[in-house]
Design a protein around this ligand. Sequence first.
Ligand SMILES: *Cc1c(COP(=O)(O)O)cnc(C)c1O
Length: 361
Amino acid sequence: MEVYNFGAGPATMPKQVIQQIRKDLPSYQGSGMSIMEISHRSKIFEEIIGTAEKDLRELLKIPNNYQVLFFQGGCTQQFTAAPLNLGKKYHRIALLDSGHWATRAGIEARLVGMDVDVLASSKESNYTKLPIIKKKPADTYDYLHITTNNTIEGTAYSKLPDVGKLTLVGDMSSNFLGQQYNINDFGEVMAGAQKNLGIAGLTIVIVRNDLLSNNENLPSMLDYQVFAKNKSMFNTPPVFAIYVAGLVLKWVKSQGGLVEMEKRNQTKSNLLYDFLDHSELFTAPVIKSDRSLTNVVFITGNQKVDQDLISQAASKGLLNIKGHRLVGGMRASLYNSMPLTGVERLVDFLEKFEKNQRGRS
Ligand SMILES: *Cc1c(COP(=O)(O)O)cnc(C)c1O
């Protein structure tokens, strides 16, 4: 049975990439060694990480005055690293509370001594829309943390808020490479790889040179300057995850880059939202203007029906559509590697399920 994985992360990957990994595994490019066995200081790996950076720069049009850093520790570790590196003048950061991951970022920043001001929150509306800044924020923040796509709640900024001169730090984990942004609008972008760039174990940080710290007291493993100086090889980098990211980047390029990825994600999510909006059983709770292209949240309002739906879907090869435990209901993640056919199959299934429900009541 053909299987479609709608999980939020670790998430589905391009079939071609999995096949390439399989082919490369016993002996990478005739070296007689697996990619897992070669030194990160070898020519082979230097080529892999160098090409990955080059392709990423090309795809995201990253300006030359930005560093591309390869970290471990997940995006969560960057909730600690960003304030340590960037929060050096005011020790004060601003936050847009758009849901779970934004809240987490605030908690971690406070743990390293930052004052965190929530400029706006959409908690009162259960995060079914994005928080709106009512007045121009003060300049006395080191930066404003924003979650460009809220993986759990299913909202996304298609247009960034106007924050004046304030430096924007974007957690782009779940729409990285899936939606176009201008890197110049950010002082820093952080993204875990396991949603749209490959496998867990790698986190990308893109940071503007003038924001690199000269603080010698920072722990080396969290210091952007140390990683920049050592080309992300201060210690052993996650070689396999970087190799996989390189393959995914090549795949994105071969498919037509970010313009094409965003177009496809728009088409896929439109198809699903359109069905949900016309359904009598399902509701997509997020307001239209703020809907995510990559994480589509929907509910029936009846937990038993939801559970029934989720298990029936799984038996048809439509996997992991259970919503996050914090919000319940269902969530279909439609990252770059989810083909349109997968979404068509899902909509088809939901349609039939709804008809059967009607038959019952
Ligand atoms: C998944 C996710 C995270 C957490 O990433 P880890 O790599 O598990 O630390 C943070 N922010 C967003 C928006 C995410 O989707």
